[in-house]
Design a protein around this ligand. Structure first.
Ligand code: CA
Length: 235
């Protein structure tokens, strides 16, 4: 029997469900859909999907509550489908444990790319990656030796700059929120001010990017956090 990746889609708009199911089934995914939060939660526990696609605006239960409930027992990747333009909703979803978000309307290829990234980082699916290395374009990070090179030339970073870069690289392709980075580097008791992070990021970009104003490696998700160019060495 074929071992298909199981996707659970919780979304109350039936036409969006239809469009996503069709696109995913064409790529050999097995898709189940739920139109309500209640049905979604029950299918999540019975099906144990490999990945969850979750609409935040459901008729019965708030999508954020669903994230909290699922994170209480599962590390399955969760991608939020958000029609909401409010950035604080996205930040909340990420901080509650969602892996990524995609804003409606989105294209099929973007959704498929996000799903592949989320699955790659999933602790549930064994990665074939053996070398603890990040590589994309001319940039290479050797996590064991803490060595960062571009076009073979070593890039000298401060300790905090390296901490930020390696966090983003280890989670490449995913948005990491300002708060997550702040507490990773400066501890959980930092105030909500991102200035120190922005200063460090400016320095990292100056060292890393050919043109810091048009970055190739670290992208700003305005109001939310940073996303690093996806690791090409992953599998
Ligand atoms: Ca909805």
């Amino acid at each position: 029997m074929e071992n298909k990746v199981k996707v659970l889609l919780i979304e109350d708009e039936k036409n969006i469900c239809g469009f996503i199911s069709k696109a995913l089934e064409a790529q050999n995914y097995q898709v189940r859909t739920a139109y309500t939060g209640k049905d979604g939660l029950s299918q999540a526990t019975s099906l144990c999907p490999d990945i969850l696609l979750l609409d935040l605006g459901l008729p019965d239960i708030d999508g954020l509550e669903i994230i909290t409930k699922i994170r209480a027992w599962s590390a399955m990747p969760i991608i939020v489908l958000s029609a909401r333009t409010r950035e604080d909703e996205k930040v909340k979803a990420l901080d509650l444990g969602a892996d990524d978000y995609i804003t409606k309307p989105f294209g099929t290829s973007e959704l498929l790319a996000r799903i592949r990234t989320a699955l790659r980082h999933s602790p549930l699916i064994q990665s074939r990656k053996t070398e603890p290395v990040y590589q994309a374009k001319d940039l290479k990070i050797d996590f064991l030796r803490r060595l960062v090179t571009r076009k073979g030339q070593e890039i000298h970073l401060t300790q905090n700059e390296y901490k930020i870069l390696s966090l983003l690289a280890a989670n490449s392709g995913k948005v990491i929120t300002y708060d997550t980075i702040m507490s990773h580097v400066w501890g959980p008791y930092t105030d909500g001010n991102n200035r120190i992070l922005r200063v460090n990021m400016a320095n990292i970009r100056r060292k890393l990017e050919t043109n810091p104003a048009a970055p190739e490696y670290i992208f700003t998700e305005v109001g939310i956090g940073y996303r690093m160019l996806e690791d090409e060495s992953a599998w």
